[in-house]
Design a protein around this ligand. Structure first.
Ligand code: NAD
Length: 477
């Protein structure tokens, strides 16, 4: 039975594109079957959504913070009621295994919304400056929010939550590859009762609506998460009307493993973390830098852990990894594994070809390369799949130099039992976040990158501030 095309949500109504008849099939990566058909919006629909957000802005911006907090708290309640539907939507559309969808992917929805409420309650919105002045904060205006497929609801909520609570109005364009979670979330926002036009969601592709959304004169801000390639194009489009552009882009994060760490635990943790979400996390620790004296031992541990990694059906519970998101992405990863082989890196686990035991689904073999040096493409380019490289280093200075020798600077990791060293190295790594010995960051801590990993920060108060203008008024007191 053919599926009805998913509608977009514009100015408080569910609509099909006005003129475009194009559709995109979203594919379940485990079954290779169509899981949703997206009705692709065109430039006229994008314009209509932006105009709706503009028309709603003055009225919504004038509501009180307490009113908006109450609406967001209602949204949290609805999200928690429909939680299981969200878990299924995410696993279906992008292949995250059930446990990951339940414990982390879907959980990030209410998790971030609650952190956003906490942040705005604790923030100083107005404060005195000098003898008679104040500083105040106001919503920036109409926002375009563009999100990827890999942590689909996390990225949507990190943008929509702060935009709603600060009094902004918005057009969300989710990834065409992960439309089910976005559709469900839009239904939740509708039910929460935000005024017409405050939240709009249009399905489409970069080609079908990207230019209209990112160059529209009525748009004040763009918050984008995705590839560095698309981020550069978006920033260029936004420049003509001097929009604020917040970007969360790619990564190639270093994980420095010192010889004084608990090697078995540190390497095992690093491999499993790299393979989490089947390697499709922007902050995945994909470059393991290992001190020369324990390098061979670390390679042996990593190969053993990778060979033991289980792949499986995303709909089933258990500690397995899922497929990668699409055939095109599978092919790209296969190509980069071949590049590693051709460059002379030593394959110690995995390799090219579909993972054994699967006659369908985009299952990549969990792969480890040893004998890698940092100038190889396999060490510089974001693979976005379960592919780990191990690079030896001589001493602390060498490790930091290799870690920082990357166009990216999203996240970094350090493993050592010497806490003075851990703190020193964490400060010297050019990355927006650092994890020491396997710790994970709080929803209130800022998340974002240095260098070509982006600008701006999401999560907690820093994520809220991205959606605010700052006004200084003298003679106010
Ligand atoms: P992508 O750049 O292909 O697409 C992301 C979104 O942008 C999609 O909604 C897509 O339709 C849209 N888009 C593409 N081209 C556009 C254009 N020219 N104008 C407007 N919109 C456009 O990325 P992807 O493949 O969906 O996601 C994977 C990438 O996202 C990886 O590089 C990953 O590192 C990055 N990412 C970064 C973070 C972070 O927080 N730094 C988080 C998750 C993912």
């Amino acid at each position: 039975m053919s599926k009805s095309p998913l509608k977009s949500f514009i100015n408080g109504a569910w609509v099909l594109p006005a003129t475009s008849t194009a559709t995109v099939d979203a594919i379940n990566p485990a079954t290779e079957e169509v899981c949703a058909v997206v009705a692709v919006c065109g430039h006229d629909d994008a314009d209509r959504a932006v105009q709706a957000a503009r028309a709603a802005f003055d009225g919504y911006a004038a509501t009180t913070l307490e009113h908006r907090i109450a609406l967001v708290e209602k949204l949290i309640t609805i999200f928690e009621r429909r939680y299981d539907e969200m878990v299924t939507a995410i696993s279906t559309e992008m292949g995250a295994p059930y446990d990951l969808s339940y414990d982390a992917q879907a959980e990030s929805g209410p998790g971030h919304l609650k952190a956003t409420v906490k942040a705005v309650r604790e923030m100083a919105w107005d404060y005195d400056v000098g003898t008679d002045g104040i500083v105040t904060h106001e919503p920036i205006g109409v926002c375009v929010l563009i999100t990827p497929w890999n942590w689909p609801i996390n990225q949507i909520v990190c943008k929509v939550g702060p935009a709603l609570i600060t009094g902004c109005t918005m057009v969300l364009k989710p990834s065409e590859m992960a439309p089910l979670s976005a559709q469900l979330f839009a239904e939740m926002v509708e039910e929460a009762g935000f005024p017409k036009g405050v939240f709009n969601m249009i399905h489409g592709t970069g080609a079908s609506v990207g230019d209209t959304l990112t160059s529209h004169p009525e748009v004040d801000m763009i918050s984008f998460t995705g590839s560095t390639r698309a981020g550069i194009q978006i920033a260029k489009n936004a420049a003509d009307t001097v929009k604020r552009v917040a970007q969360e882009l790619g990564g190639k994060s270093a994980n420095i493993v010192f010889a004084d760490s608990d090697l078995e635990a540190a390497v095992t943790r690093g491999v499993l973390h790299c393979y989490g979400n089947t390697g499709q996390s922007c902050n995945a620790p994909t470059r393991m830098l290992v001190e020369q004296s324990v390098y061979d031992e670390a390679v042996a541990i990593a190969a053993r852990v990778a060979k033991a990694a289980q792949l499986g059906d995303p709909m089933k519970k258990g500690p397995h990894y899922g497929p990668v998101v699409s055939k095109a992405h599978y092919d790209k990863i296969q190509g980069l594994i071949q590049v590693g082989i051709d460059e002379g890196a030593q394959l110690v686990a995995g390799g090219t070809g579909r993972a054994e035991g699967f006659d369908r689904g985009y299952y990549v073999k969990p792969t480890v390369f040893a004998g890698v040096h940092n100038k190889m493409r396999i060490a510089q380019e974001e693979v976005f799949g379960p592919v780990l490289v191990l690079i030896p280093f001589i001493d602390e200075a060498d490790a930091i130099a290799i870690a920082n020798d990357s166009p990216y600077g999203l996240y970094a990791y350090v493993q050592t039992n010497d806490m003075d060293r851990a703190r020193r190295v964490a400060r010297l790594m050019r990355a927006g976040g650092v994890s020491i010995n396997g710790t994970s960051q709080d929803y209130m801590a800022p998340f974002g990158g240095y260098k070509q990993s982006g600008n701006g920060r999401e999560y907690g108060e820093f994520g809220v501030r991205d959606f605010l203008e700052i006004k200084s008024i003298s003679g106010f007191r």
